[in-house]
Design a protein around this ligand. Sequence first.
Ligand code: NAD
Ligand code: TYD
Length: 362
Amino acid sequence: MDSFKPRNILVTGGAGFIGSNFIRHLLSSNSDVVITNLDALTYAGSQLGLVSYADDERYEFVQGSITDSSLITTILSEKQIDTVVHFAAESHVDRSITGPEAFIDTNIVGTFRLLDAARTVWGDNLASRRFLHVSTDEVYGTLSATDPAFTETTPFAPNSPYAASKASSDMLVRSYFHTYSFPVITTNCSNNYGPFQFPEKLIPLMIVNALAGKPLPIYGDGQQVRDWLYVDDHCAAIWRAISTGELGSTYNVGGNNEMPNMDIVHSICDLLDELQPRHDAKSYREQIEFVEDRPGHDRRYAVNADRIANELRWTPSESFATGIRKTVEWYLSNESWLEAIKTGQHQNWIDQNYANRPMTAA
Ligand code: NAD
Ligand code: TYD
């Protein structure tokens, strides 16, 4: 199998949950790459998780938006970028219901601007270039309990503004391959969890609320099913797809781990009962509250990841039992990070913990 070797990588959205895990994953395992991290630092972005790389000559942070064509063009040319790994997005379904416009701007217009700037800067020199687009299984819509899992040929049927904006970006990426032979690869992954996830998504929200003595809100009957993947496994899959994926292809990425939301919340409560019991010795399960369902709530996602397993030899290495334990332990031992994230005091946290390592925006 031919192997592509990235040298100068532009990571977009590298201050977010998966992007920052990806950068740590690369810098700790692959010394041959230089990374430029372009991130707008929205509410979901923070440099806290990358502070230890502030002095690393393989890493540079630039604050800015993927909708800014001239900024992207400058970065692509000046840094001689050969590989784009595109994470930047508005990523939360609930926010897309109350405010869809930012999803259109970043996920659709931003992806278009990024693609087009790279096409312009890279010109005909495409054999040694890669554009990896990070997408979601939510583009495929929802499944009944008995439907087979999503494959790469399942028709798109997005149901939330978030999913529709990601499906649109996937379509743009696809069109650049077919129209311009632009060297794209797309990954469609299931729900991620792990360290550094912003506490609005199910797993970190439940951990944070449980510890704060707050209710654990379960939408509807809690029997919606998602496939859950530990974030490091997703990072490894993305790297494998960049290195050995077929141009123009899409790869589903999943944990082969379908679980109803209720079971997820129970397992978090049980781990917290073990690791940090409540003062009254009751279970954290007591804090579970059923709340009104999310509008248009997709019932079930399930991912068939046979293609990436068979063709690129990627399979997840973490089980849900080991991954969720690591995750809960991480949140328990990173309370100051959590506090800074929750209160928006990111810079104060950096100043206090890394006084001599300022990370300034370009
Ligand atoms: P996140 O919300 O944690 O991070 C998104 C990052 O993008 C933030 O740092 C934010 O500041 C940045 N950003 C937002 N708008 C920007 C803009 N206009 N320009 C530059 N940066 C901008 O998201 P995440 O969970 O890390 O998801 C990353 C990618 O993976 C997204 O494309 C998402 O659709 C995809 N994905 C996520 C999951 C999941 O379970 N979290 C699963 C599959 C796919
Ligand atoms: P979420 O983490 O928002 O990811 P997604 O909507 O992209 O799958 O939610 C995961 C599941 O958990 C989803 O079925 C909605 C549900 N959920 C709750 O029941 N309560 C909550 O407070 C949240 C945030 C999500």
